[in-house]
Structures are given as structure tokens and as C-alpha cells.
Design a protein around this ligand. Sequence first.
Ligand SMILES: [Zn+2]
Length: 154
Amino acid sequence: MWPVNWKDPESNRFLIIDDAAISLIREYLQTRPMDPEAGGMLLGMRRGKHLQITMATPPQLTDRRSRINVVRNSLGHEELLRQEYSQSDGYIGYLGEWHTHPQRHPSPSDRDFNTWREISKSINYPLIMIIAGTASITCYLCTANKTTEMTFYY
Ligand SMILES: [Zn+2]
């Protein structure tokens, strides 16, 4: 089923998630009882209103990770973003965030919603937030006034 190619019926906006991004996220699923949460940035391209996620940044050693929370240290992730941005002549940029949950089918916590709201306030473009559970993955398309969600099974 990967790569994902999804069209939001309301906005006619396409969301494409490349296999490389999903493959990386799948390496960090919390399938064992002690696996900590993992997270990073989603990088990719905006083509008009359409979004294509080309890569996900992997957890960095400086992230603080526990079973039920991850606070990513921005330094390592932002360094990767800068690299991708300059190597692609500015085509690849920041599209959102991903993190894992120790649930089969993930649902966002209040903290997740608050974090997304904070990030969305500082960026005027639609963002993608991904939460990866052990059996399914949910993508949240966050625009200024609306969040649309799509769930996919591995
Ligand atoms: Zn969460």
C-alpha cells in the first residue's frame, strides 16, 4: 500500500508519503513492552497546495525518550533539515512532525494537540502530523481552521 497517495475530498489536496519516510518510521514502532517513543520531523515538498513527504528524520541521541513521551532535541533534526534544504536547492522543507505511540491504533494526547497548535501558529502553511501505532498509522492534515485525519494500516 506504500507509498501513500491520498486526496482530501474537501480541499482536493493530495498528500503523498514516500516509502522512504514510512520505512524509517516503521523501524521505531513500539512493538515491545519497553520500546520508548520515537519522533522527528517530516520533510518534503509543497507543490501548490499538494504535499509530498519524502523523508522523516530519525531519532537523535539528544532526544529525551520514554515509554509514553518523546521530547525531540531540535538541534540534530534541524541540522538534517538544513542539509536537505540546501542539497535540494530549497525544494525540500519542513512539513510536520511524526512520533510513535505504544498503542495499536494511536490517538493524539492533549499534549499532542497543544504542540501541534503551537507549531501551526508559527507556520502559515498546512502541516502533516503523523502518529504511528503498532497496527496503524494516522496522518493529521492541520490547516489554520481544521484538522483532517486519515488512518492507514501497515
Ligand atoms: Zn503523542
